[in-house]
Design a protein around this ligand. Sequence first.
Ligand SMILES: CC(C)(COP(=O)(O)OP(=O)(O)OC[C@H]1O[C@@H](n2cnc3c(N)ncnc32)[C@H](O)[C@@H]1OP(=O)(O)O)[C@@H](O)C(=O)NCCC(=O)NCCS
Length: 165
Amino acid sequence: MLIRRELPSDVPAIDAVHRGAFETSLEADLVKALRADEGWLPALSLVAEDAGSVVGHVVCTRAHVDAAPALGLGPLGVLPAEQRRGVGAALMHAVLAAADALDEPVVVLLGHKDYYPRFGFAPAQAQGILPPEPAWGDHFQARPLTAHTPSLRGQFAYATPFTKL
Ligand SMILES: CC(C)(COP(=O)(O)OP(=O)(O)OC[C@H]1O[C@@H](n2cnc3c(N)ncnc32)[C@H](O)[C@@H]1OP(=O)(O)O)[C@@H](O)C(=O)NCCC(=O)NCCS
């Protein structure tokens, strides 16, 4: 399996990954809207390729904590037939390392409480990062990176397409 950056020719396969991984087309449509948004960061849209086929995808886009730049992670999807063999973990480790290398201070997401702590995520509110929706509770998680400082606190805002879901 290879983890590499998204190429223009991967766009249809990435769409198929999210349509397969999720019950509705919401996440696939979100990726399309993000790709057209100013918050899209090409260096942080990664695919997992196995035997020449794209089997998984993850993306981080520009977000903010108050006025400070931050990253929002998602969607993350793996084709159902390829799940539970480490593809999701490989994508997560790769995108976090890439974000760290870019001196991004934090990666924030809304996701499973049982899946993301293994990658260093912990409830964001306890780190002073407030969710767009208070009801998100501990599903709203943050992973500080090397450039993080304790002053990075405040209201989190995703790239605009997330707010139109
Ligand atoms: C979540 C997802 C990305 C994980 O990818 P993956 O390649 O299956 O994950 P890995 O192989 O790296 O890790 C598998 C482990 O993740 C955990 N895991 C997978 N899906 C999980 C879920 N929905 N909730 C909690 N833990 C989960 C399990 O502990 C599993 O270990 P096990 O096989 O020993 O039970 C993938 O299952 C997926 O695309 N799911 C549908 C879409 C989705 O829910 N995306 C995430 C939105 S928050």
